[in-house]
Design a binder for this molecule. Structure first.
Ligand SMILES: Cc1cc2nc3c(=O)[nH]c(=O)nc-3n(C[C@H](O)[C@H](O)[C@H](O)COP(=O)(O)O)c2cc1C
Length: 178
């Protein structure tokens, strides 16, 4: 076997599914942005998404209080802002103005949509049963927006410690999935 034992601390870099998202939240006059890559689909329709939002993050507080958020999907052009948003806390600064990110209002939620992301998913918190144990929120997507001009989004996929894979070529094979 050519494989070598890997420290367990490096496992996440192999499994993180991506794409990296920018989670936006808002509550009573406060708003915030946080990059997030620990998420997973749970159901097709209505779409349910499981997300880990650490209780150390200001976003956790806003998400818990407001029970709404937006999952914005950035492409490689935004990578500097993505990393910058992950290296500071909205408890101290307004990341929207600091990083020049413009927004549009959500239609069904108070959290804003990031204009520079090609897709934005408005969500409500559907289940908090695993928040205390795993900081895991189950979100239901209640409205979805995507720029039809972006055909092959070059999304970011986190490989750990500031390293990203950028989505590239797509291939399509016959599928029986409905
Ligand atoms: C690429 C990337 C992915 C991240 N994924 C997550 C995640 O899935 N969950 C999480 O709680 N924090 C994640 N973080 C860390 C937060 O984004 C970071 O702690 C951020 O500063 C929190 O901001 P806030 O305190 O303003 O909410 C990630 C950071 C980066 C750069």
């Amino acid at each position: 076997m050519t494989k070598k034992r890997l420290p367990l601390s490096k496992v996440y870099g192999l499994l993180e599914p991506g794409p990296v998202l920018l989670l936006t939240t808002a509550h009573r006059g406060s708003r915030n942005i946080m990059p997030m890559s620990w998420h997973s689909m749970l159901e097709f329709e209505p779409p349910l998404v499981a997300c880990v939002v650490s209780a150390r993050n200001y976003s956790h507080k806003l998400l818990r209080a407001s029970r709404h958020c937006v999952l914005n999907i950035p492409t490689v052009e935004l990578v500097k802002q993505v990393v910058a948003c992950g290296n500071c806390s909205g408890a101290q600064i307004d990341k929207f103005s600091k990083f020049g990110l413009s927004v549009s209002p959500g239609v069904q939620v108070a959290a804003p949509l990031l204009d520079d992301c090609f897709a934005s998913l408005e969500c409500r918190v559907a289940d908090t049963g695993l928040v205390r144990r795993y900081e895991l929120f189950v979100l239901e997507v209640v409205a979805a927006w995507s720029d039809p001009k972006v055909k092959e989004p070059r999304t970011l996929h986190h490989r750990g410690y500031g390293k990203f894979m950028v989505a590239g070529e797509s291939i399509k094979l016959p599928s029986k999935m409905r």
